[in-house]
Design a protein around this ligand. Structure first.
Ligand code: NAI
Length: 330
């Protein structure tokens, strides 16, 4: 297998998991795309991550080099052209649930950091400034939380918010028994937008959910709403969100993902001039907290990602099928 977009932490956890198998892995720092696909030559499978580009041209190159399996080491697969993969006979597997707790807990982390101004408080105290001006937050207890997407992660988020004593309004074409048991009420999007004090996104990025949060949606929300997105950047129209922040319609924004993150995230760009003006504008707001797609990033999750990815390949090899196969566009 050739792993693309590989970082030292990937190598550490995969090396440990590989030691329990007779498989080998070639680690490549390069992102996977049509140009770099040739680096996979000699492997039977590639292992890719969230910002690799597995569109048709890339899959065609991989197929020419004899690659018959794409093993995504993440849950999302919106960056894979599944129709092209099917046409080329390339099997796609993923890691659907490595640690839903990791992402759910990070979502709450973003909320609390924003609400209680923890980043400002931390910096102030370090400078000997113990003033409380500008640090006022709000109780999460008793608020209404709108959860869009109540699958594996959304359900964990629902449980955490239930623990805070929140009322849960949910939107998902498929109701989740666990969320219903927590007292979650399933509603259409409009009432969720209108009633929720906090809105958190946990649905996949598909055609139907692209820019789910646009200008019209923001206009329906409660003034001062807190918006959280740890799912995929494309769910949100960032320009519309900037408008909402400027007008005060959005009171707080916590994001771990960004529409154009593939040219920014996962690299140290601290010495470079920021070229993305939209992202640069987001950074200017005192009520915006951005993390660089790290919600999944716990040791528990990394261990599970490595193990499941290798098990997926072993299952395909031994049985020709895999429970974590992704076979068609959702
Ligand atoms: P999942 O597949 O278990 O749940 C997704 C849910 O969204 C399903 O219940 C589905 O019915 C629902 N859904 C589909 N279309 C919808 C729509 N139009 N409106 C509302 N709900 C809709 O996925 P999981 O594991 O809970 O992950 C959710 C998302 O979180 C993933 O798609 C991925 O993009 C993102 N993610 C982000 C990570 C990070 O590090 N920031 C890490 C892992 C996942």
């Amino acid at each position: 297998m050739t792993m693309f977009s590989s970082k030292s932490y990937d190598e550490d956890y995969f090396e440990a998991a590989l030691a329990e198998t007779d498989h080998a892995c070639r680690f490549q720092e390069a992102k996977l795309n049509a140009e770099t696909a040739t680096l996979a030559q000699g492997s039977e499978a590639v292992c890719a991550f969230v910002n690799d580009d597995l569109s048709r041209p890339c899959l065609e190159r991989l197929s020419e080099h004899g690659i018959h399996t794409v093993a995504m080491r993440c849950a999302g697969f919106n960056n894979v052209d599944l129709d092209a993969a099917a046409d080329l006979g390339i099997r796609v597997v993923r890691v659907p649930a490595y640690s839903p707790h990791a992402v759910a807990e990070h979502t709450i982390g973003l909320l609390l950091a924003l609400n209680r101004r923890l980043y400002r408080a931390y910096n102030r105290v370090r400078e000997g400034n113990f003033s409380l001006h500008g640090l006022v937050g709000f109780d999460v207890h008793g608020l209404t939380v709108g959860i869009i997407g109540t699958g594996t992660i959304g359900a964990k988020v629902a449980a955490l918010f239930k623990g805070f004593g929140c009322h849960l309004l949910c939107h998902d074409p498929q109701e989740n028994e666990d969320v219903l048991a927590l007292g979650g009420d399933y509603v259409e999007l409009d009432p969720l937008f209108e009633k929720a004090d906090i809105i958190t996104l946990h649905c996949p990025l598909i055609e139907a959910t692209h820019h789910l949060i646009d200008e019209a949606a923001i206009a329906k929300m409660k003034p001062g709403v807190t918006l959280l997105n740890t799912s995929r950047g494309g769910l949100v129209d960032t320009s519309a969100v900037i408008g909402g922040l400027k007008s005060g319609q959005i009171g707080n924004l916590g994001i771990d993902v960004y529409e154009e993150e593939d040219s920014l995230f996962f690299e140290d760009q601290s010495g470079a001039v920021m070229q993305d003006d939209v992202f640069a504008r987001l950074l200017t707001f005192p009520n915006v907290m951005i993390t660089g797609h790290q919600a999944f990033f716990t040791s528990t999750a990394l261990r599970q990602i490595a193990r499941t990815t290798l098990q997926n390949l072993i299952d395909l090899e031994q049985t020709g099928s895999c429970v974590n196969a992704v076979s068609k566009s959702p």
